[in-house]
Design a binder for this molecule. Structure first.
Ligand code: TIU
Length: 220
């Protein structure tokens, strides 16, 4: 077992039953000139997570931790995208529309894939999800059960959308979640700050928060 200082208090985990979950580090969200930036978002707010996440991945691979990546996206025929999600925003910028890096959030398109800096290593599962949460309409729950995972270290984008939704889903399923503050990002600094506070508030209502150097030190 290992323990580290976190908010709201010490986080204890067994590396053998802990998985790193890297959420939606996709070009559509992260890259200058991509879908996210085209919507007017400041991608630098997300890009500051790349270097610490790369270091985290290296440390987790060296420690033999289970590593799982996710991607948000839809089938080319959009049959897995509910109208309530599809019919939102500028029609030229909707899911499935031709974006700067291929059809927006469509599986198989260049923009849908994970950025080169954080490319999954051979053998690391990549979970494709149609929703914001990584458990909804995916095999993630069964995968974690089959691997014997009990604790999740969660990183990725965006803090208040897909990271929060996934942590809430995981919390309800009995997983202990540690969110790494420097490895999650929001386009909106105020959402980043408040999103992290919301996780650890009320005695850790959804989980724990620490930074990646603290986690890496505990892993070694
Ligand atoms: N991955 C994820 O968070 N998807 C989003 O759509 N996030 C936004 O902040 N828009």
């Amino acid at each position: 077992m290992a323990t580290l200082e976190a908010l709201p208090g010490p986080f204890t985990f067994d590396p053998a039953t802990t998985a790193l979950l890297v959420i939606d580090m996709q070009r559509d969200f992260m890259e200058p000139g991509g879908f996210g930036e085209t919507l007017g978002n400041d991608v630098s707010q997300l890009r500051r997570t790349i270097a610490p996440t790369a270091a985290l991945l290296a440390a987790c691979r060296a420690a033999g931790l289970t590593i799982i990546h996710t991607r948000e996206g839809h089938l080319p025929d959009l049959s897995d995208c509910p109208p309530a999600k599809l019919n939102r925003g500028d029609p030229g910028m909707r899911i499935g529309a031709p974006g700067p890096m291929g059809r927006i959030l469509i599986r198989g398109e260049y923009g849908h894939d994970i950025i080169d800096e954080l490319a999954p290593a051979p053998g690391e599962p990549v979970v494709d999800k149609p929703g914001k949460g990584a458990f909804y309409a995916t095999g993630l729950g069964e995968l974690l059960t089959s691997l014997g995972v009990r604790s999740l270290v969660v990183t990725g984008v965006t803090t208040e959308v897909c990271v929060h939704t996934t942590v809430r889903e995981a919390n309800d399923r009995g997983y202990e979640c540690l969110v790494l503050s420097d490895c999650v990002g929001s386009y909106f600094p105020e959402f980043q700050e408040t999103g992290l506070k919301m996780i650890a508030a009320q005695g850790g209502i959804f989980g724990w928060v620490a930074d990646s150097p603290t986690f890496i030190a505990a892993l070694q």
